[in-house]
Ligand binder design. Structure first.
Ligand code: F3S
Length: 408
């Protein structure tokens, strides 16, 4: 891989051991994927923040790197942690877990990473532009940046995103290259897909069908730039990334690269999606039981518009079991200023920031029967939290929280 004089200097340790280690990681990655060179990036989004996921070994790894002088050189943001920094006691999280989690956050902060603690940085003014190169790591954020915004990022691991944040560059391979962004599959949607619930089911279906691929989807209609379109696209991408490992999709006439290049970008392998496929996905995400202990909404992290919708649905409602809505601290604050929190919390529901149902330690809090309105969360909760999980529309989830049992 061609390196600049500056890159070589960093590699030889001129900028300290922290930067040297970052350059070694990027160089190894570049060699594995036969990258010709490094390219500058605009931002990095760093996953592997939750203590539930990285544990003490991960914390020691980060502390060693920070102690070696590693500091980021570009705007860099943290993915959700395992706690809400204000409400962790109310959530029932132990002192030990919270202490270790806070140490992870402060170590990353010491390296210069913003405490955004969200998988939707594009809802808090960190919106990449079409064509920007990034090093993002949370799968739904990667999908949204690549697909809905036309930015370019591989699905980074936590350490490689952090190394890229420190150097401000990433190896030029994978989805950074236009030729690798051409779709492998052409998906014809033959049924009506309009609601966020249906976009979740469509994403789950496509991910299950094509696995690791790039779909070009025909047959969808969305009012681009509307809050509803944003919710649909983020849910679609999150679901595809969870049931498959899709980091980029195109939608004919809707996503930026599909608009620019049209069917030239479309893939060869044809598939049709019908209502039967969506029903099969719904069935795969269902349970026969009705026992319910917790309802969690806001995966990926809710936007202000989504919180408005939740507030609307919770107006004059009282829930019988815990209902958590997860978002970023930034959006939480906006919701507080707009009076939305009051409406939501009057129902007995809780808006939780900084964390989510998958990376908070729910399995240690005694929640084993959980309902969600996200196909991604429904995919991950059984394996990550050993939970029996129900997927349904937002309305169905809220109705179930009111009744204290799953209403199918
Ligand atoms: Fe975000 Fe957690 Fe869902 S990180 S995409 S809210 S699983």
């Amino acid at each position: 891989m061609k390196l600049t004089d500056d890159d070589r200097g960093i590699l030889s340790g001129e900028s300290g051991p922290g930067a040297q280690k970052a350059m070694e990681i990027l160089l190894s990655l570049g060699r594995i994927f036969e990258a010709e060179k490094m390219i500058p990036i605009e931002s990095a989004q760093i996953a592997g923040v939750s203590y539930l996921n990285i544990g003490d070994i991960g914390l020691e790894f980060l502390k060693d790197w920070a102690d070696a002088g590693a500091r980021v050189s570009i705007p860099s943001f943290m993915n959700p942690a395992g706690i809400d920094r204000r409400l962790w006691k109310k959530m029932g999280i132990s002192d030990h877990f919270a202490r270790q989690q806070m140490e992870i956050i402060s170590t990353l902060h010491r390296m210069g990473i913003e405490e955004t603690l969200t998988c939707t940085p594009y809802h808090i003014d960190h919106v990449p532009k079409n064509g920007d190169h990034l090093a993002w790591s949370e799968s739904s954020a990667v999908s949204f940046a690549n697909s809905a915004l036309g930015a370019r990022t591989n699905r980074e691991g936590g350490p490689s995103a952090l190394a890229a944040a420190i150097i401000g560059k990433t190896p030029f391979y994978g989805l950074h290259l236009f030729e690798n962004r051409v779709a492998t599959h052409r998906i014809n949607v033959k049924c009506t897909v309009k609601t966020v619930e249906e976009y979740n089911l469509l994403g789950h279906t496509i991910g299950s069908k094509v696995g690791h691929a790039i779909p070009y989807i025909h047959g969808l209609e969305l009012l681009i730039d509307s809050p509803h379109a944003t919710s649909c696209l983020k849910s679609l991408g999150a679901a595809m990334a969870a049931s498959g490992s899709i980091a980029l999709y195109h939608i004919d006439g809707i996503t930026p690269e599909a608009i620019e290049y049209g069917p030239d970008l479309s893939g060869d392998h044809m598939s049709e999606i019908t209502i039967t496929h969506l029903d099969e996905s719904r069935h795969a995400l269902q349970q026969s039981s009705t026992k319910l202990q917790l309802v969690t909404l806001g995966c990926p992290h809710a936007s202000l518009d989504e919180l408005k919708n939740y507030a609307h649905l919770l107006q004059d409602v009282r829930v019988k079991i815990p209902l958590w809505i997860t978002t970023s601290a930034h959006v939480y604050q906006q919701a507080e200023e707009n009076g939305l929190l009051d409406i939501i919390e009057r129902s007995g529901a809780l808006v939780i920031a900084d964390t989510c149902m998958v990376v908070a330690p729910l399995k240690y809090l005694g929640y084993s029967y959980i309902a969600v309105d996200s196909a991604k969360a429904a995919c991950y909760l059984p394996s990550h939290q050993d939970a029996t999980t129900y997927f349904g529309s937002t309305e169905q989830c809220i109705k179930s929280a009111r009744e204290g049992k799953w209403i199918s």
